[in-house]
Write a protein that binds this ligand. Structure first.
Ligand code: HOZ
Length: 435
């Protein structure tokens, strides 16, 4: 290739600068591309279902900021609402009516939530939910599931999915062993294993069980029929609280999240992503009886200067109000089915073994021939093949999660034409991989 025809790689130049100043060159590990090799694309703008990098290459985007962009990037209504809000100031550190409207919207949508506290990220929401569960029950132990990820709080970084799994890290240094010992782990989709942990560790010690009701952080993994109800029954029997981490699934799988889809009510729910419409946000909510323990109503302390931030509330409300129209979920279901059927067929045609898991608009293609329903089976996926697929798709203009252990997200801006283009790109990618 002559110098004049060489493709510019401004992303690589920016990454070289970034690694000098930011650990690993990124502000969140997975986006460093270590799970797939190569250097991350630096993004200059995004619109609808596409993102454009600093060299002007445009990609059909299935990361969607890891879930929030259900309406698509730079949605006109969200942007207009934000413009309007910006002119009135960006943060007050004092209450606003917007926060009440957000709480009303969430309580109206999510069956088990009567009261809600806004925070600034999903990590903050899960940390706060676990503290609340411990405060309410007076017990200390937490049960989580192998490969589930609930942010980077100390109690949750035990056998975690997402970036921890992507980087193949053992449990993180910096988490005090005494605290890690308070977290017990069991396989997802195995109700007997959960029952055994309650038998072995004494129901009196276990404050809560935290679960992604549909896992996104080992790739997309659905609960088996009846599994979530079994988890509900076991926790109720032992008077432990059940926390559904719906940071990914909330307002995505249904307006009321996975708990609406599967008709299972947790005690505490954590939310994030979509409820901020692309701005930093999280929330946790529960019955009045549980939430009255949170300060200043009760003694369980949790606070935040930017909590309920007016810009985040504005973007979130503009997004959530559009999701009141439940036909959006039928549209997302159709889009998910169209994409995943196409991807599976394209892999089959190329003779490549894949399993594509999907619930609504969350999906993952695993490179394995066995069903993927827990961390052990997800871990059998061929990550080298995923990396090849990822880069072949990137070359064809499709931006997938740069890790096997993350879900893909479809939004309302993914038109049939874009979905079909993605399947065509996959045909090319799989054919290249099969050579
Ligand atoms: N770990 C998050 C998704 N499961 C976000 C990763 C990122 O933003 O890089």
């Amino acid at each position: 290739m002559t110098a004049s025809t060489e493709q510019k790689d401004t992303s690589a130049e920016l990454f070289r600068r970034a690694v000098e100043l930011i650990p690993g060159g990124v502000n969140s590990p997975v986006r460093a591309f270590r799970g797939v090799g190569g250097t991350p694309r630096f993004i200059s703008e995004a619109r609808g279902a596409t993102m454009t990098d600093v060299d002007g290459r445009t990609y059909i985007d299935y990361v969607g900021s890891w879930g929030p962009m259900i309406l698509g990037h730079a949605d006109a209504e969200v942007v207009a609402a934000l413009h309007d809000a910006l002119a009135r100031g960006t943060s007050y550190g004092a209450p606003t009516e917007l926060e009440i409207e957000m709480a009303e919207e969430i309580a109206d949508a999510v069956p088990s939530i009567e009261m809600v506290r806004m925070v600034n990220s999903g990590t903050e929401a899960t940390m706060s939910a676990v503290r609340l569960a411990r405060g309410v029950t007076g017990r200390t132990k937490l049960v989580k599931f192998e490969g589930c990820y609930h942010g980077h709080g100390d109690s949750m970084l035990v056998r975690a999915g997402s970036g921890v799994a992507t980087l193949g890290l053992p449990d993180s240094p910096g988490v005090p062993p005494t605290l890690a010992a308070e977290t017990l782990t069991v396989p997802f989709n195995d109700a007997d294993a959960l029952a055994r942990v309650f038998d072995e560790h004494g129901a009196q010690q276990i404050a809560a069980v935290i679960i992604e009701p549909v896992v996104g952080n080992m790739g997309c993994v659905a609960p088996r029929a009846g599994y979530l109800q079994a988890v509900r029954d076991i926790t109720s029997r032992h008077h432990a609280l059940l926390i559904f981490d719906e940071v990914m699934t909330g307002f995505r799988l249904a307006r009321g999240g996975a708990q609406e889809l599967y008709s299972v009510a947790p005690d505490i729910t954590t939310l994030g992503k979509i409820i901020g419409g692309g701005l930093p946000v999280g929330a946790y909510g529960a019955s009045r009886d549980i939430m009255r323990h949170v300060a200043p109503a009760g003694p369980v302390y949790q606070a935040g200067t930017l909590s309920g931030n007016p810009l985040a509330m504005t973007a979130g409300l503009a997004t959530l109000r559009r999701l009141r129209d439940k036909s959006v979920y039928a549209q997302l279901e159709r889009a998910g089915a169209r994409l995943c059927a196409g991807l599976s067929e394209a892999a089959r045609a190329a003779g490549i073994s894949t399993v594509t898991n999907r619930v609504g608009s969350m999906w993952t293609t695993f490179f394995t021939s066995e069903p993927v329903n827990d961390w052990t089976s997800a871990g059998k996926s061929d990550r080298d093949l995923y990396g090849k697929f990822f880069h072949a798709m990137l070359g064809e203009g499709v931006y997938l999660a740069p890790s096997q252990f993350e879900a893909g997200f479809i939004g309302l801006a993914h038109t049939d034409e874009l979905l079909d283009r993605t399947v065509e790109a996959a045909r090319v990618a799989f054919a290249r991989m099969a050579r």
